[in-house]
Design a protein around this ligand. Structure first.
Ligand SMILES: Nc1nc2c(ncn2[C@@H]2O[C@H](COP(=O)(O)OP(=O)(O)OP(=O)(O)O)[C@@H](O)[C@H]2O)c(=O)[nH]1
Length: 344
């Protein structure tokens, strides 16, 4: 019965989860961004509205400082239902970043896109450059950079898609040439936006952050086992409301029961009628990513939350790529040694 159901208060710790997804094209993209910085007037840094703390990449702070920044929290439609508590959350987030300007966006909402465009235009009037203004859009993989670029171009100059977008991370691999998003005038060439590849954090400070990033699509779906990810989603669904999955199963903390019932209901069966749990897990996760299984935020947003996050990063050496790689290798070696000792 729903009334007697008690959701899990904490999610079990999964030590074996990978904590790194820093790929070659992430490192290459970041170094190219640094070399371009002198010709850039404004950096638009995208973060995911559902994980406003976890999708912050300290590498951008370290590498792209010295340029004015606009922080855009993307995919607002997937984390907000426009209620009072959403407004309060956004106020706290604005407060975290003051005096840096913050905007929230759903790339299909013209008002949101216009707000970003207006910010770019007002920045351009202060730039006073005959050659036009160049902006860089940066952020974690799959956060919605290319979708935002396309939306700005459509509203700004009425032109169609200039960048590929996709449900998996890593669609943009290279830095593009600038795309016009605001027409020029007799005094200026207009505003150009440069798309960049998503850059992942060198070392994720804890296993739960990795689960959040994976759930929001920042790492490929092959990196974290889908049933663990679906279990993490179930944990959050239960904290919000088990009603979100009422058409598949009554309230439960048992991921295998839930996936089995959903697989049977959707006819996702293997040979011999065995439920396809992995495939069903991915399907459920995708439904949540599409906003069809509740719209909510995974990070706890509170005053002082950003400062606490920065302290956590410093403790876990998040800014040091080499150290992170070394730690990851050492952990792998320790796991292999432990397996040998167990005779496995
Ligand atoms: N619901 C919703 N989906 C969005 C929004 N912005 C982007 N998406 C979706 O998120 C996915 C990733 O978007 P992209 O624009 O390709 O992300 P990216 O940051 O350029 O990805 P990389 O190529 O990894 O750098 C796509 O499926 C988009 O349709 C948004 O505001 N709301």
């Amino acid at each position: 019965m729903a009334s007697s159901f008690v959701p899990r208060a904490i999610f079990p710790y999964h030590e074996s989860l990978p904590r790194s997804y820093f790929l070659g094209h992430h490192a290459a993209g970041l170094s190219k961004m640094k070399t371009m910085l002198s010709s850039i007037d404004l950096v638009i840094e995208c973060r995911d509205y559902r994980i406003p703390l976890t999708s912050r990449n300290p590498l951008f702070e370290a590498s792209l400082s010295g340029r004015q920044r606009l922080i855009v929290y993307t995919k607002r439609d997937l984390g907000s239902t426009g209620k009072e508590k959403d407004g309060q959350r956004e106020e706290i987030i604005r407060h975290w970043h003051a005096p840096t300007h913050v905007l929230f966006s759903d790339h299909r909402d013209k008002r949101d896109v216009r707000r970003i465009l207006n910010f770019a235009k007002s920045h351009a009037t202060h730039t006073n450059s005959l050659a036009g203004m160049r902006m860089l859009v940066v952020g974690m993989p799959n956060v919605g950079k290319s979708s935002l670029l396309n939306a700005l171009r459509m509203i700004g100059v009425g032109k169609g898609k200039a960048a590929y977008t996709g449900a998996q991370p890593g669609i943009t691999r290279k830095i593009t040439t600038g795309v016009k998003i605001v027409e020029g005038t007799k005094d200026s060439e207009g505003v150009y936006l440069v798309d960049t590849p998503g850059v992942f954090i060198p070392y994720v400070p804890n296993a739960e952050s990795m689960l959040k990033l994976a759930l929001c699509g920042s790492v490929k779906d092959t990196i974290v086992p889908p049933t663990i990810l679906a279990d993490y989603l179930l944990y959050h669904l239960n904290l919000q409301s088990p009603d979100f999955y009422a058409s598949y199963h009554p309230p439960t903390n048992e991921i295998s029961d839930f996936l089995e019932a959903a697989a049977r209901k959707m006819g996702r069966l293997r040979k011999g009628g065995i439920p396809d749990l992995g495939g069903t897990a991915l399907w459920i996760i995708q439904r949540w990513r599409d906003g069809q299984m509740g719209r909510f935020v995974l990070d706890e947003v509170m005053e002082g939350g950003l400062e606490m996050k920065k302290e956590e990063e410093e403790e876990s050496f998040c800014g040091s790529i080499n150290q992170a790689r070394k730690m990851e290798k050492e952990k792998k070696r320790a796991r292999v040694r432990a397996r040998h000792l167990d005779g496995g």
